[in-house]
Design a protein around this ligand. Structure first.
Ligand SMILES: *Cc1c(COP(=O)(O)O)cnc(C)c1O
Length: 230
């Protein structure tokens, strides 16, 4: 595997899609998804400028952030979060992409308040309706956000979705367009304290389509680090 080559390839694909949608590479946050990736490989990626790191296991954020240190690093929690694991990441994450239920919001609020922290989150939406995917139904999102907006220690910064895997990435377009439309709608409601700043959508297989539909945050693992070894 040639990390630097992979990274250049991914960034040039991101740039092309950004330009196609009237933006530039700088407008898109590329989160390097480092689940299952060794810290020495991660350290190479960091040297190449990848400071935004995505993990789907809280314990991995804890473990890796104790080894890889640096003020420039940002840890992104992108996977299903169990309430009893909030403690591993509460003071380490820049952004939780996967707020997908009220009970998790309540527990995050209570843990963040106890530590006097403000936690930035994205609300995960299941646009496709696929049963295996977590997240709110699109029609539930407004109510949920209105409630979370009352929580003093949680800030909603946008939405996140995962598209189903299609061999043909073009087929995912309706999912990304659905999330974009929902974000626009929420934005127009001007809910106090709520921002639709980040639209986290697109992975290795489908990020070009996601960017064309307005994504400004893509989560890329395989494209940068090669196929995962579980
Ligand atoms: C693993 C993962 C990714 C990255 O997937 P790739 O196909 O390897 O780019 C993105 N988002 C989430 C939530 C993931 O779990």
């Amino acid at each position: 595997m040639n990390l630097s080559q992979n990274l250049n390839d991914v960034l040039s694909r991101v740039e092309k899609a950004a330009i196609k949608s009237g933006r530039t590479l700088k407008d898109i946050d590329v989160i390097a998804v480092t689940k299952t990736v060794d810290v020495d490989v991660m350290s190479e990626a960091i040297k190449l400028g990848m400071y935004k790191l995505g993990e789907n296991k809280p314990q991995e954020i804890k473990r890796k952030s104790e080894i890889l240190k640096g003020d420039e690093l940002q840890w992104h929690m992108i996977g299903n979060l169990q309430k009893n694991k909030i403690k591993y990441i509460i003071d380490k994450v820049s952004l939780i992409h996967s707020l997908d239920r009220m009970s998790l919001a309540q527990e995050l609020q209570s843990k963040a308040q106890a530590k006097d922290l403000v936690i930035n989150v994205l609300v995960q939406v299941n646009v496709s309706g696929e049963e295996s995917k977590s997240g709110f139904k699109p029609e539930e999102v407004e109510d949920f956000i209105r409630q979370v907006a009352q929580f003093k220690n949680i800030r909603v910064k946008g939405l996140m979705t995962m598209a189903p895997f299609y061999a043909e990435p073009e087929e995912t377009r309706f999912v990304f367009k659905g999330l974009r439309d929902l974000a626009n709608k929420i934005e127009s409601l001007n809910i106090e304290g709520v921002e639709m700043k980040h639209l986290s959508m697109g992975m290795t297989n489908d990020f070009e389509v996601a960017i064309e539909e307005g994504s400004n945050m893509v989560r890329v693992g395989t494209g940068i680090f090669g196929a995962r070894n579980y």
